[in-house]
Structures are given as C-alpha cells and as structure tokens.
Design a protein around this ligand. Sequence first.
Ligand code: PAF
Length: 300
Amino acid sequence: MDIQGITLALFASFARKPPVYVDIFNRVSDIRSALLHAKQANKTVALVPTMGALHDGHRSLMQVARDSADVLVASVFVNPTQFNEADDFNNYPRDIEADRTILADSGCDMAFTPTVEEIYPEPDHTTYDFGELETRYEGAFRPGHFKGVAMVVRRLFNIIEPDFAFFGEKDFQQVMVIRQLVRQFKLPVEIVNVPTLRESDGLAMSSRNVRLSAAERNRANAIYKALQLARQLAPSESPEHIRSLAVELLEQNGLQPEYFDIAYPDTLRPIRDFNGAPHAVALVAARLGNVRLIDNLQLF
Ligand code: PAF
C-alpha cells in the first residue's frame, strides 16, 4: 500500500472508531466549575454513582442515563463508610484504568474520582433514619451500611446537583433507602431504577463476581435458580415452604444463605401469607467462599 493508501486506511479506521475520551476530575471544586458551564447553558445532568470495577451492568446504567440528559457524570468512589467489614473494603476490586475505558465508551462526559478526604473533609454528623428498612435484610446483616450509603449519595448529590440519578435494581433495598433519603432531605433529583443485568446463566452482574474462583463461579447461579423456583411456586405454595426449598437449593450448591425471604416490594415487610398480597419480591443474600452476593426477583 502506498502512502496515500495508508493515509486513507488510517482515516477510515478513525472514522469507524472515534477515539474515546472522558474528562476525569478528582477535586470537588474542579468538577463543580466544569458543571457550572453546562448548568448555565440549561443542560440537564445525569449521575451514575458507582464504586468502580465497572461491568456490563454499569454500562447499561450509563446507557439509560446517557439517553436521558445532556451531560452524563459517573462517580467512581469506593466509599469506606458503607463497609461494615474491613476485609470487604480492602478486597473490593479496583481497576481505574479499565474503568476509564468503560466510562469513555459508554458515552460518559465526566468522571468524578475523588479521594476519601475530598468526599469527607469533615465527619458527617447528620442523623439518617430509615426506620424499618434498616432493620431487615441488608440493614440487619450489614449494620451501618445504609447510613454510609446515604452519607455518600447525599454528598454526591450536593456536589454534582444532578437532575437524574441512576441505580441498579440488584440493590433493591438500597434504591428504597435512596428514595427515602431524597424524600426526607427534599433533594431536587429524580431517582431512576435500572433493571438488573444478568450473565447468560442468570447470575446478576456485580463487581464482586470477579472475586469468585472458577469453581465458585460455576455454582453461583444457584442464587438465580432459587429465585426462579420462588417465582414458579408463588403464590400457590406458602412463602415459608418456598423459603425452605430455596434455602435447601442454595445449600446443596455450597452457598451459605444469610437470608432468603419474600416481601412486599413497597415496604419490604415479610409476606407470611400470599392471600391479599398484590405483589411480592424475593430477596436473597448468600456467601460463596469469601464473597457475599445479593439478588432479588419480582415474583408477581
Ligand atoms: O451501589 C453502589 O455501587 C454504591 O452503594 C453506591 C450507590 C455507588 C454508593 O457508594
């Protein structure tokens, strides 16, 4: 190929695949001044808060967010205040270089990757009270977790001032807590839930999945099987019977369930009798080796 041919081929390849790029900000003051221009031009802002180790589930959050606002911001911050086990925090996967590529090719305009000092320049002494939501399921097994989530999400909302914020339904209870936070503090942001993305065998996509060994990964879809079993049996079998079959299925596959329960989706109160229940959601948390996985499925 002559020089003209090479130039044309290079040009064609750039035209096919434009170089992807995302503006990265570590400091609150820098991202706020970048956003000021957008806001002065009446542009809407969408925020996708993440803890990094991005995967296709995050891509789908960003895709939905991308289509709903003029400017897409994603935050990448492993928030220490929401971890109730030091090991879980220390072992949480971190890969900012891979994240950067995913952020850029998901159409993200700005990434906010602050340090702990930048997010928490001083301790947050606000009282966060989510009532019953904090006493069940994730709230019961991870004391203080939702206060930590509320603290960081509120801080991110104050910094970015998004019009919309997007959260995955895999963390069903977290979305409920965040909606309550927004109501309690009258935060001017619309919360949007995005359906859970699953691997081909049904395992919900999660940053923690990369910590599973190959053997554990093969067994991890028992979580989805247990949820599907619940969906097949409800409401003709009792919630208690379904619960015990689901727990048995998890244990047979080497998982240690922390909870498997069926609840009203609007309150997360446990359903003990399907009579009169308009809707039901099954919620599960189980350990596989050192990895803790959660999932949920709307039953009807
Ligand atoms: O779901 C998560 O990744 C985190 O809990 C969140 C919402 C980014 C807060 O740290």
